[in-house]
Write a protein that binds this ligand. Structure first.
Ligand code: SF4
Length: 362
């Protein structure tokens, strides 16, 4: 008998919960053997099993399409490895470092850009000695002004562990900003309680939390209450969303999402162009489609509701602002006929973006 209060993690459980048909069991076992699966009760409750195109199900229920890897997709699409001097640290920009505390998430998004790194069998994440080495790395680099706690989802760790990390970062004089990246307030809003919030709210630094949200239905009353808890503790809450075909690639959904975030006290920060992670081509839009949606968004919503539309340039070359790229593309940098763009990084260098004019079917 299915326990409705636990996450679903196997194809058999998905079948029992009526989220996939029995005929798909065999193919989904092949998918789940390759990429981790987890859907929490909060998100199961949001899925309409009668809707074959449900935008919440599409984000979390595995699909046979994930076994198709296109030539441009890679296991490390944004080049984390290349910028990882010690385990757990990604130091891509001089003044910021990522600290990846864990490989575990409460849910596994089917489009995740770190899908080859998260979930079992990669283990629970940083050991004590790895964490010590990572914090030493930060301590020894005075240029690191901001530390971004990510993963996996760091908020899946115990409040005790989170408090320890916050306190150790508090003790590093040159770190001024602590930023948590998480899906937890949406995947498990009941976990955002006083104890957890106190564990991540620094008493010495400015604390930011960036919430990953992709569809307006994710902003339930429980999620809004979780955001209120975070804001009450003085944490500044931003959002990041991924532009996903069949989930939010239409203007009315994007408007509703951005407004729901702002109403919850959350400032939209990034709208990411979907990365070239393996088995995710069915989620990717074209850059041109994303730019058109952003133009419509600019025309119809308050500035408070406007995120920046960005691409992590494959290979670890930082972010390109795709709205600014529009002028570049008109300047002749769109490689007509080659089905690729050139995108500009922060240092003004141009990089090819393969396949971005190709839009795979939903
Ligand atoms: S919560 Fe974040 S890290 Fe985890 S699977 Fe989703 S996108 Fe990936």
């Amino acid at each position: 008998m299915l326990n409705r209060r636990r996450a679903l993690t196997t194809p058999d459980q998905l079948i029992e919960a009526n989220l996939v048909s029995e005929s798909k069991a065999r193919e989904l076992k092949a998918v789940s053997a390759r990429y981790a699966v987890a859907i929490t009760p909060a998100l199961i409750d949001l899925i309409d099993p009668a809707d074959p195109d449900d935008p919440i199900a599409r984000q979390f229920v595995p699909s046979i399409k994930e076994l198709t890897t296109t030539p441009e997709e890679t296991s490390d699409p944004i080049g984390d490895e290349r910028h990882s001097p010690v385990r757990g640290i990604v130091h891509r920009y001089s003044d910021r470092a990522l600290l990846k505390l864990t490989h575990v998430c409460p849910v596994y998004c089917r489009f995740c850009f770190r899908r080859e790194m998260v979930g079992s069998p990669n283990g629970p994440g940083l050991s004590k000695s790895d964490l010590d080495a990572a914090l030493n790395y930060i301590e020894n680099r005075p240029e690191i002004w901001e530390v971004i706690l990510t993963g996996g989802d760091p908020l899946i760790l115990s409040p005790h562990k989170l408090r320890e990390v916050t306190q150790r970062l508090d003790a590093i004089e040159h770190v001024k900003i602590i930023r948590w990246h998480t899906r937890m307030p949406i995947a498990k809003p009941e976990a955002i309680n006083e104890q957890l919030v106190a564990a991540i709210a620094s008493t010495e630094k400015t604390t930011y939390l960036v919430l990953h949200a992709n569809h307006p239905r994710e902003l339930t009353s429980e999620v809004r209450a979780a955001c209120a808890e975070l804001l009450k503790a003085g944490i500044i809450v931003l959002s990041q969303s991924v532009l996903l075909k069949g989930v939010n690639n239409n203007i009315d959904t994007l408007i509703a999402l951005m407004r729901a975030l702002v109403e919850s006290g959350v400032k939209p920060y990034y709208l990411h162009h979907a990365d070239l992670a393996p088995g995710t081509s069915h989620f990717r839009t074209t850059i041109a489609e994303g730019q058109k949606l952003m133009r419509e968004l600019h025309a119809r919503v308050s500035g408070l509701c406007l995120p920046s539309y960005v691409l992590d340039i494959p290979g670890g070359y930082a972010k390109a602002n795709l709205e600014l790229c529009d002028a570049d593309l008109q300047g002749g940098e769109l490689q007509e006929g080659t089905q690729s763009y050139l995108v500009r990084d922060g240092a003004d260098a141009l990089h090819p973006y393969p396949g971005s004019k190709i839009s795979a079917p939903v």
